[in-house]
Ligand binder design. Sequence first.
Ligand code: HEC
Length: 143
Amino acid sequence: MKTFSLLTILIGMFLIQTANASDGHKTGQQLYKDNCASCHGTSGGMDMNKRVAPPIIAVRMHYIGTYADKDSFVMAVADWVEKQDADNSLMRGAIRRFNIMPPLSISRADAEKIAEYIYEGNVEKPEGFQQHFEERHGKNRNQ
Ligand code: HEC
């Protein structure tokens, strides 16, 4: 009996280890696809009535306006993913339109990896985003 429970614990620990290890190998982009893209992806395009959340490129632009350097950007996005607090929102209009983002179950380390990926800027854009942005904010401000 004793041996059995020890074995069970060891197997359990092994399974947890491998689960963590495989997550650790995922890139920020893969983690973004798994955890964020269903809401922040290109589906629905620029028609906000067909979307469930703002496109991730729009989130990036709002955050980079306030958190220009990588460290504070990553911290702010990971903080948001950890806890959605309307008082810290940079997108109050989006909360009014879509309601506040629901909580996700994701580790801090993975949230930071995703935030780094978003910061790098090579993220998906819905069709028509560039045009919409230039009309609203002028051609030269594309950061
Ligand atoms: C179930 C849908 C859903 C998923 C999944 C989701 N989000 Fe969101 N997110 C939203 C909605 C809706 C908003 C707009 C309302 C708001 O700001 O809370 C939003 C807003 C945000 C904002 C801006 C918050 C603010 O108001 O300043 C950030 C940053 C963000 N999401 C990051 C992420 C990241 C990173 C992931 C993946 C780890 C993710 N979201 C996954 C629905 C989602």
